[in-house]
Design a protein around this ligand. Structure first.
Ligand code: AFP
Length: 267
């Protein structure tokens, strides 16, 4: 809540922003009626990591604000991710890093406290196409669809299974930490479709988590899908909507989607 208030105050005072939507706000918050941009953000992703001094971060996406919109009109936020003008996250880890895309590659900057600015430390990030690492919360396995069950079972089967190699697993419990690792060394991250509650087909939020990370991932040569659709092409129906997420190294995402396509074909 404190992070939300800080970011809300800064964006409201900047003058550039017409309205914001936040994971921590029920409704859109109007800022400057003359502002040119809309900002959606998750103020503190992985907040349950705070108490254990583990990775947390802020995720954001920026859209043009339509001139016709009233500052507190949520419908202007219902744009597909392909309309984002910028997206990124700040990771509060051993170093504070800003990862940003404006649609011309994905770039990583590190906070230099001596000068108080962010320095470019890794330009034009390229996610390796292949990987032998995946990130998923295995405790939800029984709630996944059969395609996801088979895919992960084949990863776990290692070099004696159909994928023919051993895989390693990591889970930070903060998407911002998992995606940063993927941008640095590749991997597959999934929070897949889940049967438990039809109103929550996935855990992650389209506007605050899936879209901005998909933009960063695609700009770094990776892929991002919901299982049956490119995430950035999903037309939102609600600012807080949740979506299934599969993203990361292109060849591994393709392999995972292959299981989904096979399942659809045999329906
Ligand atoms: P919070 O921001 O509420 O801590 O949730 C973080 C998150 O939405 C996402 O960043 C993680 O990938 C996911 O939840 C982890 O959730 P579980 O470990 O509970 O599955």
């Amino acid at each position: 809540m404190i992070s939300n208030q800080i970011i809300k105050d800064i964006l409201s005072e900047s003058g550039y922003v017409k309205a914001i939507s936040s994971e921590e706000e029920d409704d859109v918050v109007g800022c400057n009626p003359e502002g040119k941009y809309l900002v959606s953000f998750d103020p503190l992703d992985g907040s349950s990591n705070t108490d254990i001094n583990s990775l947390i971060g802020t995720i954001f996406s920026i859209f043009h604000a339509p001139q016709w919109m009233e500052p507190n009109d949520p419908s202007a936020f219902l744009q597909p991710g392909t309309q984002m003008v910028a997206a990124g996250y700040v990771l509060y880890g051993p170093s504070t890093m800003l990862t940003l895309t404006t649609g011309r590659g994905t770039h990583i900057y590190t906070l230099d406290k001596t000068h108080g600015g962010f320095l470019l430390t890794k330009g034009n990030v390229q996610v390796p196409q292949d990987t032998s690492e995946f990130a998923i919360n295995m405790s939800n396995q029984r709630h996944w669809e059969p395609a996801m069950q088979s895919y992960v079972a084949d990863l776990l089967a290692g070099d004696t299974g159909p994928r023919g190699k051993n895989y390693n697993m990591r889970w930070v419990a903060a998407m911002v930490g998992d995606i940063h690792r993927l941008l640095c060394r590749g991997g597959l991250f999934a929070y897949p479709y889940d049967h438990r509650d039809p109103k929550k087909p996935g855990k992650l939020r389209l506007m605050y988590e899936a879209n901005p990370m998909a933009f960063l991932m695609e700009q770094a040569g990776g892929m991002a899908s919901s299982g049956d659709q490119r995430i950035m092409e999903i037309m939102p129906t609600d600012i807080h909507q949740r979506v299934p997420v599969i993203m990361g190294s292109a060849n591994e995402v393709e392999a995972c989607l292959g299981y989904h396509q096979q399942a659809q074909a045999s329906e």
